[in-house]
Design a protein around this ligand. Structure first.
Ligand code: PLP
Ligand code: COI
Length: 354
C-alpha cells in the first residue's frame, strides 16, 4: 500500500527519559487510513500528530464501534529498535474487528504500515532501562448517521507514546481486590476482543478498589461469578503447589500476547502449566493453606506485575511475604531480556526495524 508522508514542520523536544509515565506524551506524527465499503482501505498517510475531526453522529461516539491494540518498540543495546510479536497484535486486531463488525486489514498491509510508521518515529524510542515506545493502533466506525448497524466507513490510526512503567509501583508487588459485583465481560460478549467499551465498563470497579487502597481488581466470570478471569487490564497467573495455573480462554478473557509468551517460556523450561477454570473458592483455599506461592498479572504495558496482597471477601492475604516471587522475576527477566535484546531470542519473537 502506498503511504503518503507529510512531515511535521517542527519536531517536538524529546521528554526526559527519567520521568516518563504511561501514555501522556505523543510523538511528532501519526498514521491514518480510511475505509469505505466500496473503496476498501485507502488514503494511507502519515501526518503530523494532531486532533481528529469527527462528525457528531460518528458511529464510534454513539455505539462504541472502536477497537485498539497495544504493543511496544524497544531500543536494543546496539541502538536498533525492535518490535515484539507484532503479527500477534495484528491477528488479534482482526479478531476484534470481526467481533465488532469493523473491517479487516490484510495482515501484510497492517504490518507494512506499522513498520513504516515506527521507522519514521524510531528516534522517539527511549533507551533508559524499562522504557519503550508504546504503539497504539486503533480503529473506529465512522458512519455519519445514527442508525444501528455495522459500519460502511471506518478509520484506522496508529499513535505512539514514549513510556516508562505502567504502575507507579513498577515491578514492586501490587495490592489486588476480588470484585464481587461488577463483571468485565461475559461469554458471548466482547471479552476476547480489545474494544474500548470493555474498559469503560471496568472503570467503576477499578475506582472502587483504588478508593480502598488497592491497585486493581481481580475479575470473576460474568455467568457464575465463580471463576477467576483477569486482573485489571491484564491476564493473571498463579503458582499453586509448584504448578502454574492460569484461567483458560473461555471467550470472556482477552488472549494476551504476554500470557501466551509466559506460557511458552514456562512450558519450554519444564514447568507444568495448567490452562483451566480456577474458582475463587479454590484460590481462597490455596491462600489459606499457603499453597498459593506466587501470583502475577501479565500484559504488554507492565510485562509482569507481581501481586503481593489479595483481598478475598474482606480478608487480606499476603502472598510470598509481599515480595516478587522467583517465577515472576524469572518471567520478567526473560521477556524483558528478549524484548530489549539483552537475551538471545531463541523463540523468533523479535522483529527488528530497519
Ligand atoms: N487483558 C486485558 C483486558 C488487556 O487489556 C490486556 C492488554 O492488552 C491484556 C489482558 C494483556 O494482553 P497483552 O499481553 O497482549 O498486552
Ligand atoms: C496492557 O498492555 O497490559 C494493557 O492492558 C494496556 C492498557 C493500557 C489497556
Amino acid at each position: 500500500m502506498e503511504i503518503k508522508i507529510t512531515k511535521a514542520d517542527q519536531l517536538k523536544a524529546k521528554p526526559d527519559p527519567n520521568t516518563l509515565g504511561f501514555g501522556q506524551i505523543f510523538t511528532d506524527h501519526m498514521f491514518m487510513m480510511d475505509y469505505d465499503r466500496d473503496l476498501g482501505w485507502h488514503d494511507a498517510r502519515i501526518v503530523p500528530f494532531g486532533n481528529l475531526s469527527l462528525h457528531p453522529a460518528s458511529t464510534a461516539l454513539h455505539y462504541g464501534s472502536e477497537i485498539f491494540e497495544g504493543l511496544k518498540a524497544y531500543r536494543r543495546a546496539d541502538g536498533k529498535v525492535q518490535l515484539f510479536r507484532p503479527m500477534e497484535n495484528i491477528r488479534r486486531m482482526n479478531n476484534s474487528a470481526e467481533r465488532l463488525c469493523l473491517p479487516q486489514i490484510p495482515e501484510d498491509v497492517a504490518l507494512q504500515v506499522l513498520t513504516t510508521f515506527v521507522e519514521l518515529e524510531q528516534d522517539w524510542t527511549p533507551s533508559n532501562p524499562g522504557t519503550s515506545l508504546y504503539l497504539r493502533p486503533f480503529m473506529f466506525g465512522n458512519d455519519e448517521s445514527l442508525g444501528v448497524h455495522s459500519v460502511k466507513h471506518a478509520t484506522y490510526v496508529i499513535i505512539a507514546s514514549p513510556v516508562g512503567s505502567y504502575y507507579k509501583e513498577g515491578i514492586n508487588p501490587v495490592r489486588i481486590m476480588i470484585e464481587a459485583d461488577d463483571v468485565r465481560a461475559v461469554r458471548g460478549g466482547t471479552g476476547y476482543a480489545k474494544c474500548g467499551g470493555n474498559y469503560a465498563a471496568s472503570n467503576r470497579a477499578g475506582e472502587k478498589a483504588e478508593q480502598q487502597g488497592y491497585s486493581q481488581v481481580l475479575w470473576l466470570d460474568g455467568v457464575e461469578r465463580k471463576y477467576i478471569e483477569e486482573v485489571g487490564a491484564m491476564n493473571v497467573m498463579f503458582k499453586i503447589s509448584g504448578k502454574i495455573v492460569t484461567p483458560k480462554l473461555t471467550g470472556s478473557i482477552l488472549p494476551g500476547i504476554t500470557r501466551k509468551s509466559c506460557i511458552e517460556v514456562l512450558k519450554n523450561e519444564g514447568y507444568t502449566v495448567e490452562e483451566r477454570l480456577l474458582s475463587v473458592d479454590e484460590l481462597g483455599e490455596a491462600l489459606k493453606s499457603g499453597a498459593l506461592e506466587e501470583a502475577w498479572g501479565c500484559g504488554t504495558a507492565a510485562v509482569v506485575s507481581p501481586i503481593g496482597e489479595l483481598n478475598y471477601l474482606g480478608e487480606k492475604f499476603i502472598i510470598n511475604n509481599g515480595e516478587i516471587g522467583k517465577v515472576t522475576q524469572h518471567l520478567y527477566d526473560t521477556l524483558t531480556g528478549i524484548q530489549w535484546g539483552k537475551l538471545e531470542d531463541t523463540y523468533g519473537w523479535t522483529y527488528p526495524i530497519d
